[in-house]
Design a protein around this ligand. Structure first.
Ligand SMILES: *Cc1c(COP(=O)(O)O)cnc(C)c1O
Length: 224
């Protein structure tokens, strides 16, 4: 049996359990975060049926999309983007960028998109835990930033929000960071927000209980 089939099975079973406890009507998409693994491991998970993959560095995203361009994969950019890498990202035509983390970056992307007649699907990243090492807009500025991007950046198709859970073993703190993001998401639904990307290997069940509909899972899927 493929080395990753069992991991994928275990994760899907856990996702299903948490999903049904939250709502039978919830549809959840799993993004396999492949940042620590080779193209051979990505191919092995593809053979188990996985189609969406995420990378956090432009150079890795580029190398892996090019090496695997024969496969019908969806690619997600989940890491912080430097302004000097915008053109490189746009050229790769990612399915979704999860890490749009400021209005300033949005304006810079808008400019490049306009010049090259391109568009970008993106999520606004929220720093829901207040940890200084994390990127993202502050929860209290999130709605205003979202509206500013909708208004001033027509080439960016904003589809929702992304957050990284608080980096702690205290479940209540993790829950609080996810719930904060879910509350903002609910307010933005009337303005087209439909994707809520939150939950990683260590906290995806908590994220689902708070309404996540897109998960980014790496190490738990690819452990050997
Ligand atoms: C690495 C990473 C993940 C996946 O983390 P795991 O703990 O390996 O599941 C998810 N989101 C982002 C933004 C990451 O950088």
């Amino acid at each position: 049996m493929n080395v990753f089939a069992k991991n994928l099975d275990t994760i899907i079973t856990k996702i299903e359990k948490a999903r049904i406890a939250y709502s039978r009507h919830q549809i959840i998409q799993l993004i396999a975060v492949s940042k620590y693994v080779t193209i051979y491991d990505i191919q092995a998970l593809y053979e188990c049926g996985q189609r969406a993959f995420g990378e956090n560095k432009i150079q890795d995203l580029k190398a892996k999309t090019q090496a695997l361009n024969e496969l019908p994969l969806q690619w997600h950019m989940i890491g912080t983007l430097q302004e000097n890498k915008i053109n490189a990202l746009l050229a790769l035509k990612p399915t979704l960028m999860h890490s749009l983390d400021s209005f300033k970056l949005a304006l810079a992307i808008q400019k490049k998109c306009e010049a090259n007649h391109l568009t970008l699907n993106a999520l606004l990243q929220i720093n829901s835990s207040g940890e200084p090492t994390k990127s993202g807009v502050k929860p209290q500025e999130a709605e205003e930033t979202y509206f500013n991007i909708l208004k001033h950046c027509p080439c960016i198709h904003l589809e929702g929000l992304m957050t990284i859970g608080a980096n702690t073993s205290e479940v209540t703190k993790i829950e609080k960071s996810f719930q904060t993001t879910k509350d903002i998401f609910d307010k933005l639904k009337a303005n087209g927000a439909r994707i809520l990307s939150m939950g990683m290997s260590g906290d995806f069940e908590i994220a689902i209980s708070c309404g996540a509909n897109m998960l980014r899972i790496g190490s738990a899927l690819f452990e050997k």
